[in-house]
Design a protein around this ligand. Structure first.
Ligand SMILES: Nc1nc2c(c(=O)[nH]1)N[C@H]1C(S)=C(S)[C@@H](COP(=O)(O)O)O[C@H]1N2
Ligand SMILES: [Mo]
Length: 328
């Protein structure tokens, strides 16, 4: 496949010549230096997945490891097992039932995969997914993941800060928003439901997207993303409802106008542009004060929902002076 103007990303990469594997090796050496013999255990646990759920059998998921160093942006809460996080999904392009994506997303072709950078940037370009993946070392961040439907999980994602990629894209000073556009392809998505304005589209204010918590995500549980979780590239915004986390992205578009977003378009009364997790602002049809936590317990537990999903310290200042009931 011919890629226009992708050389710039390659040359940027060559200047640092660092792959996720290199970063992992570096991390391993540092750990060994610091804690000596214990390092072997740490490294083994990382390489083979420190998540008990990873060892659960799963017929639809092939393990291709994506070793990442741990991150400071991590919760220590009880994690959702891998099998649950990969078999209870919203990815409507592959069917609207939570069990559909795990069954159907095998038809998604994640290589070759290109990503377009368009709109208000210094230089619009098309990039190869592997160049983006290798641009920065990935880290493992265990985040709370709160769906607007009032269920939640705790998932270790692998990626690097979205801000690093946005800086690479060089948005113009006039750009105020970034839009994420997902793949739509009837051939790969034979169950694509009607009544939606495909492709799936989401977006953020640029300052939200630049917050260090916003994660450009390539993997979970130390593996490349399973298709049903949005392979090969998605975003994860842990203080927002899950639908902001566009999956299988093919385009990053920079603009000065609030972009069209799928759920807001479908029903703006129920789904706002900001979609910050907020226990005080209910969905018109249900309360957002509590959530059903899907973790390693046999049954989901009902727990209180935290303001900004527990990330207020890092993100509340983005919304200073805003009426969060109005801008929901
Ligand atoms: N392209 C696309 N992205 C999407 C969705 C979707 O239907 N299509 N669903 C969203 C919703 S509602 C949620 S809760 C999360 C689910 O991510 P997960 O399956 O990895 O838990 O993906 C989000 N991203
Ligand atoms: Mo969701």
């Amino acid at each position: 496949m011919l890629l226009r103007r992708s050389e710039s990303l390659h040359s940027t990469i060559q200047s640092s010549e660092i792959t996720p594997q290199d970063a992992f090796e570096q991390y391993r050496r540092q750990r060994r230096f610091v804690i000596g013999g214990a390092a072997t255990l740490t490294v083994g646990a990382l390489a083979y997945g420190h998540i008990p759920g990873l060892l659960l059998p799963s017929s639809t998921v092939h393990a291709q490891t994506l070793p990442s160093a741990p991150s400071k942006y991590t919760t220590t809460e009880n994690q959702t097992p891998f099998a649950k996080a990969t078999h209870y999904n919203n990815f409507y392009e592959f069917g609207t039932d939570k069990s559909d994506p795990a069954r159907n997303a095998h038809t998604l072709k994640t290589r070759p995969w290109t990503v377009q950078v368009t709109g208000m940037v210094k230089k619009p370009q098309t990039l190869d997914i592997d160049a983006i993946l290798k641009y920065r070392p990935t880290e493992s961040r265990i985040y709370r993941h709160r769906c607007v439907e009032a269920w939640s999980m705790v998932i270790p994602w692998d990626g690097y800060s979205l801000s690093e990629f946005i800086n690479f894209c060089e948005p113009l000073p006039s750009a105020k928003y970034v839009q994420f556009v997902s793949l739509v392809d009837k051939k790969q998505m034979p169950d694509l439901p009607g009544g939606y304005d495909w492709p799936y589209s989401e977006g953020l204010r640029l300052d939200e997207a630049m917050n260090p918590l916003a994660l450009l995500t390539f993997g979970c549980y130390g593996q490349v993303l399973p298709n049903q979780n949005g392979a090969p590239i998605r975003v994860v915004m842990p203080w927002k409802y899950g639908f902001k986390n566009a999956k299988s992205i093919v385009r990053f578009h920079f603009t000065d106008k609030q972009p069209h977003t799928t759920w807001n378009e479908i029903n703006s009364q129920e789904y706002g542009f900001y979609s910050n997790v907020n226990p005080q602002v209910d969905h018109p049809r249900w309360s957002q004060a509590h959530e059903r936590r899907i973790d390693s317990s046999a049954f989901p537990r009902t727990i209180p929902t935290q303001m900004f999903n527990g990330y207020a310290d890092q993100v509340a200042s983005l919304y200073n002076g805003m009426n969060l009931k109005r801008y929901y």
